[in-house]
Design a protein around this ligand. Structure first.
Ligand code: FES
Length: 101
């Protein structure tokens, strides 16, 4: 599955499977997300927007489209279709200095 992550003007494409979360994929891209709760879905710091494609959110299938983007938690969401496009807001990134933004 191809996963296209958009960090502002920068687009990164990676491949991942259903066992990967979007937080895993962002970390693999060298842009780890803020994950204060350790990926338990409680802090809300890893918010992303599912822009298009099929995903699993807490094991439930969802389908996003340009007309129907879906806010979601990257730690609870994985890819489930051949092409998944995701917007990563700068507020969800764990910046290079280690400071939570
Ligand atoms: S890491 Fe806390 S909600 Fe995702």
């Amino acid at each position: 599955m191809k996963i296209r992550l958009q960090f502002g003007d920068v687009v990164v494409e990676l491949f991942g499977g259903p066992s990967h979360t979007l937080a895993d994929v962002a970390a693999q891209a060298g842009r780890p997300l803020s994950m204060l709760c350790g990926g338990r879905g409680r802090c809300g710091r890893c918010r992303v927007v599912l822009r298009s494609g099929r995903f699993l959110v807490d094991g439930r299938p969802v389908e996003a489209s340009v007309d129907h983007p879906i806010p979601s938690l990257a730690c609870r969401t994985g890819p489930a279709g051949p092409l998944c496009e995701v917007d990563i807001p700068p507020t969800s990134l764990n910046d290079a200095a280690g400071r939570i933004t």
